[in-house]
Design a protein around this ligand. Sequence first.
Ligand code: SF4
Length: 68
Amino acid sequence: MIKIAKFKIEVTSECIGCGACTQCDNFEVVDEDEKRIAKPKQALVDSLECNQDAADTCPVSAIKITKL
Ligand code: SF4
């Protein structure tokens, strides 16, 4: 059976690399272009689980969740 992702998780350039979202194991903070920025390990997911908590916790609202 083919699994179809239901949500797309993105981190926008607003991210300040604070690391709060790494409470959710789908996020990691990496160095990119001399800036620390969060990235989703999986950008396409079937269920939001802790991704929604991460988005709610982000101090600059940099986590964008799109229902597909
Ligand atoms: S919580 Fe928001 S600002 Fe902090 S690292 Fe995660 S995405 Fe970036």
